[in-house]
Write a protein that binds this ligand. Structure first.
Ligand code: ZN
Length: 397
């Protein structure tokens, strides 16, 4: 085999090594995901339409003498969240459970999936329910600039979520354990020292419970920040791959990406509330709802505007996350310097993220740059930073 492949040839060869069949399957899965975004909006419109036509929330709201009181707003908001989840359940089971299993990406039993959905829904009824009470209080009391204040409230909720996520919410879904002593742990501790993460904040978790995806992540802020690697990745990766992947996650942490999103999300929420203020009345007419903006029984209208705007903003948020992913890859290359292992680890994620999308597909739908592009960057890094050739190599300037 020739040792003088160009970086582009090396990256292409890595992707080709997956085989025609696996690539075709990954492409079918990924393209299907893009269509599912659109179908998801259709489902939420249908759910909202059913709720409006059957006057489900109107009947609950009518039971309260003063609809502006805390409990009245909370009860209608909670009912909205629960009824939407129940009406959309067949779609959720198909898209998040059946389809993942059909593509061999999950082996979770239906009972466990539904149990976890119920936990997620209970958390949402508490947290999103309280958030909606806050938004309606602002709509009623803050005057024309309610959208500005509501964006600020979204910012507060984001920070609380980031703080509470790792210690309180994530353990409800997965079991987080320290990485056992050994060469993997030693390597991870070295990377953690480098970015200032305490050793007791490096975890492995049973990601295989939900999914067979090769993955790792960093979450939380301040004292709750932590790095976690799924058991799937630990089992399937070499030591060099674990180092390369952890270097990537450490990059997200060190470069403060979570803060970037903590600023951007409330700004997007502000734009959303501003547009909701303008779009509520015409959307309500289209759905046949007589609710006003300040009435929680109008939440189905709220949801339709939210899901359509959410779809439209996806290319923007995807572009932001793609930039962060490239930065994290570069961080891994610079600090851990395992270009081959980074590329080979990335190729393992290609089964759920087709590695060769068209440029338009990548811009619109990809939260991460394509695997082939990322492998290419690793190979270009390698070409530009050749490993020292033994003891005779000159010292680095
Ligand atoms: Zn990443």
């Amino acid at each position: 085999m020739s040792a003088t492949l160009t970086p582009a040839q090396a990256a292409a060869r890595m992707v080709d090594s997956l085989g025609v069949e696996a690539l075709a399957k990954a492409q079918a899965y990924t393209t299907g995901n893009h269509w599912m975004l659109l179908w998801g909006v259709v489902v939420s419109v249908v759910v909202a339409f059913v709720m409006v036509r059957l006057r489900l929330l109107d009947r609950i709201a009518a039971r309260f003498a003063n609809p502006a009181r805390f409990w009245a707003t909370y009860a209608v908001s909670a009912a909205f969240l629960l009824i939407s989840a129940v009406l959309a359940l067949p779609w959720t089971i198909y898209s998040d459970w059946h389809r993942e299993r059909a593509y061999g990406l999950s082996s979770q039993p239906l009972g466990d999936f539904l149990g976890q959905q119920a936990i997620g829904e209970a958390i949402s009824v508490v947290l999103v329910g309280l958030f909606l009470v806050g938004v309606y209080a602002l709509i009623r009391k803050a005057g024309r600039r309610w959208w500005l204040w509501s964006g600020g409230l979204a910012g507060v909720m984001t920070l609380l979520g980031l703080l509470a996520g790792p210690p309180l919410i994530e353990p409800l879904f997965n079991d987080y354990q320290p990485v056992p002593p050994g060469e993997v742990r030693t390597a991870l501790e070295r990377i953690a020292d480098d970015v200032g993460i305490p050793h007791d904040r490096i975890f492995m978790y049973d990601g295989s419970r939900q999914s067979d995806r090769f993955t790792a992540n960093v979450s939380g802020i301040g004292p709750s920040a932590r790095i976690a690697i799924a058991d799937v990745a630990l089992k399937e990766a070499s030591l060099a791959e674990v180092r390369a992947v952890t270097g990537h996650e450490a990059g997200h942490y060190k470069l403060g990406h979570v803060w970037r999103y903590a600023v951007i999300f409330p700004l997007l929420a502000m734009v959303f509330f501003f547009l909701l203020d303008r779009l509520f009345a015409p959307t309500a007419r289209l759905l046949g709802s007589d609710a006003r903006l300040d009435e929680p029984r109008g939440l189905p209208v709220f949801a339709v505007v939210g899901s359509v705007l959410g779809l439209l903003v996806t290319p923007l948020t995807n572009t932001l996350t793609r930039i962060g992913e490239t930065e994290a890859d570069l961080y891994s290359l610079r600090t851990v310097n395992e270009p081959d292992a980074l590329a080979s680890a990335l190729v393992k994620t290609a089964e759920y993220r087709y590695p060769r999308p068209s440029p338009l597909e990548e811009v619109l739908f990809y939260t991460h740059p394509s695997v082939e592009k990322r492998a290419l960057m690793a190979m270009e890094w390698k070409a530009a930073h050749p490993a020292p050739a033994g003891p005779a190599a000159p010292a680095q300037p």
